[in-house]
Design a protein around this ligand. Structure first.
Ligand code: UT7
Length: 338
């Protein structure tokens, strides 16, 4: 195995802490059986989901994000005032503006941090991670908080059985800092967008194209719409393709990875992708059974699961992979440094 660490500025970025938070309220498959025509067996076999957490009315994405951020910073032992920047990846911001990052900055008490939101659906966390890494690598910033957070229950149609069984609410936060001598941190990434996929996964109204009207509400256009079958096929193919690309250009194979942390949209998508990459399932982190698809939060939530289950340790070679609305696709290779 030889990692082709390309020459670059001397500063490298690493993830130095993780924190995650889900709201306490559970929505189980049995609960959904009472709401739409579905059943636990169908949901578990087709998706791998048993339950998901959803917020009580009045709880917003920033609330989950702040909880995750506090845990992350406490794990690292630093105060919010030490943060230089906060990036929040989300498709369910508290409101269209100001950015949820601004609301988080105020609630967290991080007066020295600037920040912004990033919209890339389920790939939002990976895209934000790379933007944050560039801030660190440029030398401009020393502590950047990357948050993936979504309250999907605010845009899910609980009369549509094809989507309402899939999604949950949650938040994950990771701190990015410069590597110490001898550390490697983030190694490589590939991102791709295929905008022709926009029609297959979207929320049609509420933006400038279709501002909210009685008609858009009556047509149920303020909810997630998904052509699940089309998304499924592209998700497996593209997540595997981009991950293969990162593996190849670093002269490694799936067998060299200690841990694979993919976006959690469907257990079958994860297994099919791992199979294509030659990754044994015991090295793949899967927690979709407990959380469902939390969109931008799935990858940091799965990092948290990996830490709590002692499945990841300092020095491990880790691959992250995502696929989401857009379409947006991402794959990131890193060394785990704590
Ligand atoms: O994170 C963003 C990216 N999103 C994804 O990656 C999601 C990708 N797509 C998927 O995960 C899957 O396509 C789903 C889980 C959404 C659906 O699974 P599927 O195996 O593709 O099912 P399907 O949509 O082809 O539906 C099969 C059958 C249909 O009935 P007929 O037409 O065969 O009679 C559906 O009406 O299952 C029916 N069905 C349900 N039955 C019980 C659809 N939803 C349900 C349900 N309960 N909740």
């Amino acid at each position: 195995m030889s990692l082709s660490l390309k020459p670059r500025n001397s500063v490298r970025a690493k993830i130095s802490a993780v924190g995650a938070y889900v709201p306490p309220r559970l929505l189980t498959n049995a609960d959904l059986e009472k709401m739409v025509e579905t059943n636990d067996e169908w949901i578990q076999t087709r998706t791998g989901i048993r339950e998901r957490h959803i917020v009580e009315p009045g709880t917003a994405t920033s609330d989950l994000a702040v909880e995750a951020a506090r845990i992350c910073l406490a794990n690292r032992g630093i105060h919010p005032s030490e943060l230089d920047a906060i990036i929040v990846a989300t498709v369910t911001p508290d409101m269209l503006f100001p950015a949820t990052a601004c609301i988080v900055q105020a609630k967290l008490g991080a007066p020295n941090a600037w920040g912004f939101d990033l919209s890339a659906a389920c790939s939002g966390y990976l895209y934000a991670l790379q933007i944050g890494a560039k801030l660190i690598e440029s030398g401009a910033q020393k502590k950047v908080l990357i948050i993936g957070a979504d309250v999907m229950s605010s845009i899910v149609d609980y009369t549509d059985r094809s989507t309402c069984i899939l999604f949950g609410d949650g938040a994950g936060a990771t701190l990015l800092e410069p590597c110490e001598p001898g550390e490697i941190g983030l190694i490589d990434y590939v991102h791709e967008v295929d905008g022709t996929g926009a029609a297959s996964l979207n929320m049609p109204a509420g933006g400038s194209l279709h501002p909210a009207t009685h008609a858009t509400i009556d047509a149920r256009q303020h909810y997630v719409h998904q052509d699940g079958g089309s998304v499924y096929k592209v998700a497996v193919r593209k997540m595997a393709e981009l991950t293969e690309c990162v593996l190849k250009r670093n002269d490694i194979t799936g067998a060299d990875l200690d841990c694979f942390i993919p976006h959690q949209a469907n257990r079958r998508i994860i297994e099919a992708t791992a199979d294509r990459l030659g990754m044994p399932l015991e090295r793949v982190v899967i927690n979709i059974d407990r959380y469902g698809n939390t969109t931008a939060a799935t990858i940091p939530l799965a990092m948290d699961t990996a830490i709590k289950e002692n499945r990841i340790k300092k020095g491990d070679l880790v691959m992250l992979a995502s696929f989401g609305g857009g379409y947006t696709i991402g794959s990131t290779l890193l060394r785990w440094e704590f």
